[in-house]
Design a protein around this ligand. Sequence first.
Ligand SMILES: [Cu+2]
Length: 160
Amino acid sequence: MTKLTVAFLLGLSATAWAQSTTVKVEDAWVRGTVATQKATGAFMRITPSANARLISVSSPVAEVVEIHEMAMDNDVMRMRQVPGVDLSAGKATELKPGGFHVMLMGLKAPVAGGETVPLTLTFEDAAKRRFTQEVQVPVRALGAGAPMQHDMKPGMGHKH
Ligand SMILES: [Cu+2]
């Protein structure tokens, strides 16, 4: 092998390494809904191999998917849309009831316990390169887990 070939191979592997931010998604779940409910939340734990940002989510089961944050505002829990969630290398970020969550809105049909909802997560790495990851997310029956109100009431911070 010539020196040139070795340099070429090293260059290739360095490039491949730089582009391969991987993201581990664990314990993902979607809250099951009842027939009249048009929105629900998806939750998960995300750990990236390098600093990254979750910038959008899509799913075939919902017309609109947003990233929301729940926070106290004048003693009232409110949800608001956020442009993304920053993720630190090797550190788990929780999307959970009461904090960041994925909001599925305009559900085409109710989602029931035992079903699986496909989500496509779009991330941006530190160099602003976008990459996506598909996850198959199990639905937990309504009532499972911590309670979280996702009904769209006036004044709850949902304006669409
Ligand atoms: Cu929400």
